[in-house]
Design a protein around this ligand. Structure first.
Ligand SMILES: Cc1ncc(COP(=O)(O)O)c(C=O)c1O
Length: 207
């Protein structure tokens, strides 16, 4: 182990394996590690860093906001939050009834989708949620309940109930049709949650 790996091992919980490198800086789609090696950043923070690294417009926008106001909690509103919600709902074609929900992570987004399905369960009878075998949806308790990977789930059982994992192939599709007759909630991660096979039947998100 080199010295940063040792420091990592000493002080950071092992929720994942050892990081692949210690990165120092980035520029656009390039990143550099602490030994000066340059890499093309295909991972982009696992597909969330679409603006790349250190673009001057991005840096200026973040610095301007940081110089004006930091986090204000959900008891207050700010102009950038309003503008972002308006732009997201417009780009999503959400219509007049569309609303944005802001979270901090993918796991929280899936947690929110799980909760919205429960909230929308017409009188409490439709509590079952279907998720795909092998899919990854995050590591909070709710999103872990949706995650279809036993080695991630098992150490944290019991997880929130009502989730059933089905395969992403035709067997799963037949199961879905059977379950539709029983009026189950259907749920798949918007990006299929890294599940193994691309399902031909991928249903709408939600009920
Ligand atoms: C498919 C998928 N869903 C959910 C998540 C969870 O996102 P986050 O790490 O932002 O909580 C990830 C993260 O890697 C992911 O790849």
């Amino acid at each position: 182990m080199n010295s940063w790996q040792q420091r990592f091992d000493d002080r950071i919980m092992r929720s994942m394996g050892m990081p692949l490198a210690k990165l120092e800086r980035g520029e656009g789609a390039w990143v550099w590690d602490d030994a000066g090696n340059r890499y093309l950043d295909f991972l982009a923070g696992i597909a969330v860093n679409s603006l790349g690294h250190a673009h001057p417009v991005f840096v200026e926008a973040v610095a301007t906001q940081a110089g004006r106001l930091a986090h204000v909690s959900n008891y207050f509103m700010t102009e950038p939050a309003l503008e972002l919600a308006e732009r997201i709902t417009r780009l999503a074609g959400a219509g007049d009834s569309g609303r944005a929900w802001f979270g901090n992570s993918g796991a929280e987004a899936n947690e929110a989708a799980f909760k919205l399905a429960r909230l929308n369960n017409s009188g409490g009878g439709r509590t079952r949620v279907l998720a795909l075998v092998d899919a990854f949806h995050g590591r909070t308790m709710g999103s872990l309940a949706l995650t279809g990977k036993a080695h991630m789930r098992d150490p944290f059982e019991p997880l929130p109930g009502g989730v059933e994992h089905i395969s992403g192939d035709d067997r799963g599709a037949r199961g879905i049709r059977r379950r539709r007759r029983r009026r189950a909630h259907r749920r798949t991660h918007p990006g299929r949650g890294r599940g193994r096979r691309v399902a031909r039947w991928v249903p709408r998100v939600g009920a």
